[in-house]
Design a protein around this ligand. Structure first.
Ligand code: EPZ
Length: 430
């Protein structure tokens, strides 16, 4: 398993290109299952989660072509997907346990084929993450759902029916799955308390380009008028706001200055306002963001994660790392997942001053210095928090299990090296 070695102390300066969004690309790939025509996705990030999703679709019978491409001179991938017919309607445990987003095949297969056997994803490091909201909504649309031997067996007699659905939680995954299922349902579906994350807006744009009739984008009430058939389309994936937010913190924590090319300020207003309130300068340009914290004494601020457009849970670990050397104290509260503080024990080993209350609140008191150490990555965003701490720690930090990072950060060490970080990947035999 590869490791990443960082020698801390460098101020980061320069430009970083922000890649296509992982959490948009994953449902977009599955939307291609709703038609027998070709769906082409551009600006796709080169990430292990994308490779994993492509492998699952190939298992189901999708023909996938991939092309090296360039967007704004940045090397990227274009993939085209075509599923004229299915060779399997089973999403096996081996795929789903490695990547829970595999469950995005649920809505499309039920809508198009009326049957699926999907392994339940099981819990993951950050929480139990059940699928009850997905499943009860599909039952409301006429699906028969049975859980047997760890698999969801779902069937529909004829077509799914439009329904009036109210989510008990504004779940991103459930909103994507029900949106896709409703496009081919008979009649109209309304989703109340839908999630409003920009990645959902991107999915709506693709589905409407494929001939779906969805209204209410960026609001919590979505209306989908079912159609008989969807056709192919070509779509550019939106920029990854979580990657952009993560590198914005890299600029702030090292007191550097980085221009984030392709970053969309409108999708990051809450985190950017926290940075501004800490004393960081944030300049919003047409197609980039400039984060400047040179020679700044940053002041710690409180953070509470929330549904979009509130503070994103996927930036909680990174911003907690930023508070470690800010002046004063910061209360960090995680409201979305029940176990998303696993970066904290590792940060404590680097000399951080953090006190955790229960499993939802941590008080961070700024310290003058962190010390490099061997640390263990546990989940995607916690791993980036360890990288951030290593960038400012005195001496050498070794981050183990970087496969977590490869799931969501394309060319991580190249991007950080390109702005002056002393970072390298140590290849270890598996
Ligand atoms: C998506 O996960 C993202 N993953 C997560 O990003 C992100 O943290 C999360 O949304 C919240 O923004 C992808 O987009 C692939 P939810 P998802 O359904 O859809 C509970 C990353 O680092 N819930 O909005 O699984 C759930 O347990 C990943 O890129 C139910 O109880 O999140 C959680 O507490 C991590 N029942 C809350 O809702 C359900 O049926 C929000 O989960 C569904 C969810």
């Amino acid at each position: 398993m590869d490791k990443i070695k960082i020698i801390g102390g460098k101020k980061l300066n320069g430009k970083i290109y922000i890649s296509g969004a992982k959490n948009a690309a994953l449902p977009l790939i599955c939307a291609s299952l709703l038609t027998d025509e070709t769906v082409t996705l551009t600006n796709m990030p080169m990430l292990s989660d994308i490779t994993a999703m492509n492998a699952l679709l190939a298992e189901l019978g999708t023909q996938i072509d991939s092309f090296d491409d360039f967007v704004d001179e940045h090397p990227t991938k274009t993939y085209s997907y075509r599923t004229p017919k299915f060779k399997s309607l089973v999403a096996p445990y081996d795929f789903v346990r490695k990547m829970r987003a595999s469950y995005y095949v649920l809505g499309p297969l039920l809508a198009r084929e009326g049957h699926i056997e999907l392994s339940l994803p099981g819990g993951c490091a950050i929480g139990a993450r059940p699928m009850d909201i997905h499943l009860s909504a599909l039952e409301q649309m006429g699906a028969k759902i049975e859980i047997k031997n760890g698999y969801v067996h779902a069937d529909v007699d004829g077509r799914l029916k439009g329904a009036h659905i109210i989510f008990r939680i504004a779940s991103v995954g459930a909103t994507c799955n029900i949106l896709m299922a409703a496009t081919l349902a008979e009649g109209t579906t309304t989703i109340e308390n839908a999630a409003k994350e920009p990645e959902i807006g991107d999915l709506i744009d693709l589905l409407n380009a494929m001939g779906a009739k969805i209204s209410g984008k960026d609001t919590s009430i979505l209306t989908i008028e079912g159609v008989d058939k969807l056709h192919g389309a070509r779509h550019k994936v939106i920029a990854d706001r979580i990657e952009a937010g993560s590198y914005a913190v890299a600029a702030a924590i090292t007191r550097g200055n980085i221009e984030l090319i392709n970053a969309q300020a409108a999708t990051l207003q809450t985190p950017l306002n926290i940075l501004r309130s800490m004393g960081v300068t944030v300049e919003e340009k047409e197609n980039s963001l400039i984060i400047d914290a040179q020679d700044r004494e940053l002041e710690g601020k409180d953070i509470m994660t929330d549904f979009y457009p509130g503070f994103p849970t996927d930036l909680q670990a990174q911003f907690l790392a930023l508070m470690l050397t800010a002046k004063g104290a910061s209360m960090v509260t995680e409201t979305i997942f029940e176990n998303r503080f696993m970066h904290i024990p590792e940060l404590l080993r680097m000399g951080a001053n953090i006190n955790v209350h229960g499993h939802a609140s941590a008080i961070v008191r700024g310290v003058d210095k962190l010390y490099g150490a061997p640390v263990m990555a546990t989940d995607l965003r916690a791993s980036f928090a360890l990288i951030l701490a290593g960038l400012i720690a005195e001496g050498e930090t070794i981050v183990n299990r970087v496969y977590h990072l490869d799931r969501g950060y394309e060319h991580l060490e190249q991007k950080l090296k390109g702005v002056g970080a002393d970072i390298e990947r140590i290849k270890e035999p598996d």
